[in-house]
Design a protein around this ligand. Structure first.
Ligand SMILES: *Cc1c(COP(=O)(O)O)cnc(C)c1O
Length: 455
């Protein structure tokens, strides 16, 4: 019954980031797993594998967990933004817009996806440590708030704005000297980070921004890391941000927005134990209210930018199992029909996942296997030492917690087409990303004329 224990862990928990599986997950008496009222193996049958499945209810509950926690704990204005790099698509943009959230983007592609998906430009924030002129112009033209990351940004944006002669709303990104690893964090004066201004550059930058004619600095931004399981680093970040807010106001700016970034962790495996969305927001809100009260300043608009914790547990990837290789006394490899091209996190970050057979979740586990991808790369292993029932070929394996940084980081390595993606809700499933075909893979290839007809 260990599969059931895994999947039902924290099922009653209101915070989707603390669950391994989507909140609508049900297991019937035969051990068949349903999500959003749809049997996972039926989805695999209907849409093919590999398949990304996203649960609408989990996505919406995650958005609402952030919005409700901000409304509950923060007496000032607030806006939750979705860090779209976690999973960017027209569908996700439209869902975020329908929940009234904002969104952050780091490229023209993510900006276009947000705008076309219906997110209004005044709720979009544009990041990046090396924005191109074209990206800056695109963001500016569309009235998106631009996050100034470095002097190069300022100089080029000044040129664009002097030509066009209308105001641009800006946020300033700085490196707060707080660095997080999953289970520890450090504070130093200087950090080795490619993002944002160091604290000791700020006076200079604030002067420069004040003197630029069309620039309107309205906010401050910092982001300290990802998959963070502690609350203290963000609480300390609030203090540094309020220090910088007061500094900016001393230089003649009037800062309205404080954007605290994202980074709240999620549960991929049972031993992960992230705080709830509510506790994370409460910690940040309480600290901000306290700091503002102490210093007798107005409450700024509080913004946050969750990515992973908003989408991770909503996603499952379905694969079909294939070949088996037994290496006596070492390990048994089971290969699946996807791998590092649809989920590059294990090979990139040695990250852990949980998986089970979606039609046999109640069967006793009988063997320990390693789930290998199909790419030509020995490191293409999705899960090590997974306990499973005795496995037949061509069963559907579900890998949980794949909603974030899977599709968005996917590739066509080995010229393998990207999976389709579907949204499930109330027993219905709908396509949100069509499956790539091998013809799609050729559409941008060009053979120069002089190579044609020579063979
Ligand atoms: C990646 C990123 C986020 C989101 O981080 P998560 O850990 O996915 O919540 C937010 N803001 C910025 C600037 C980022 O780079």
């Amino acid at each position: 019954m260990s599969n059931l224990k895994y999947l039902q862990r924290d099922r009653d928990c209101k915070s989707p980031n603390r669950n391994i599986s989507p909140i609508t997950t049900k297991i019937n008496e035969k051990g068949v797993i349903e999500v959003g009222g749809c049997s996972l193996s039926d989805l695999a049958q209907r849409y093919g594998t590999p398949l990304y499945v996203m649960d609408e209810k989990t996505l919406r509950e995650s958005c609402r967990a952030y919005i409700n926690a901000l409304n509950l704990h923060y007496p000032g204005p607030s806006l939750a933004l979705y860090a779209s790099k976690a999973n960017s698509s027209l569908f996700m943009s439209s869902l975020i817009a329908s929940e009234g959230m904002g969104l952050d983007a780091v490229s023209e592609g993510e900006l276009l996806t947000a705008l076309k998906g219906g997110v209004s430009s005044e709720k979009i924030v544009f990041h990046g440590n090396n924005k191109s002129d074209q990206e800056l112009f695109f963001a500016y033209k569309n009235g998106v708030t631009i996050v100034i990351d470095n002097h190069y940004d300022i100089n080029r944006l000044e040129k664009i704005v002097e030509r066009e002669k209308h105001q641009v709303n800006l946020m300033l990104r700085f490196t707060p000297g707080i660095e997080c690893h999953t289970h520890e964090y450090i504070r130093t004066g200087h950090l080795d980070s490619k993002f944002g201004f160091d604290l000791d550059q700020l006076e200079n930058v604030l002067t420069k921004l004040k003197n630029a004619r069309w620039f309107n600095l309205i906010g401050l931004h910092a982001h300290i890391g990802s998959q963070i399981f502690e609350l203290k680093p963000h609480r300390d970040l609030v203090q540094v941000m309020v220090d910088v807010l007061q500094l900016a106001n001393k230089f003649g700016h009037s800062i309205k927005d404080l954007n605290i970034g994202g980074g709240l962790g999620v549960r991929y495996i049972a031993s992960d134990d992230p705080p709830s969305i509510n506790d994370w927001i409460k910690t940040i809100s309480d600290k901000l209210v306290e700091e503002c009260k102490q210093r007798k300043i107005d409450l700024p608009r509080l913004m946050c930018e969750p990515g992973r914790s908003l989408v991770s547990s909503a996603g499952i990837t379905l694969y079909k199992t294939g070949s088996r290789k037994n290496i006596p006394n070492i390990r048994t490899y089971i290969s699946i029909d996807g791998g590092m091209s649809d989920n590059p996190r294990p090979i990139t970050y040695q990250s852990d996942y949980y998986a089970c057979l979606v039609d046999r979740a109640l069967d006793e586990n009988q063997e320990i296997v390693t789930i290998a991808g199909k790419h030509c790369e020995s490191g293409d292993v999705l899960l090590k030492d997974l306990s499973l029932p005795k496995l037949e070929s061509e069963e559907v394996l579900g890998v949980f917690g794949t909603g974030a940084y899977n599709f968005s980081m996917s590739s066509n390595y080995n010229r393998i087409p990207r999976p389709a993606a579907v949204i499930v809700a109330n027993g219905y499933s709908e396509l949100i990303q069509r499956r790539e075909t091998t013809e799609d893979l050729l559409r941008l290839d060009v053979i120069p004329d002089r190579f044609i007809g020579i063979n």
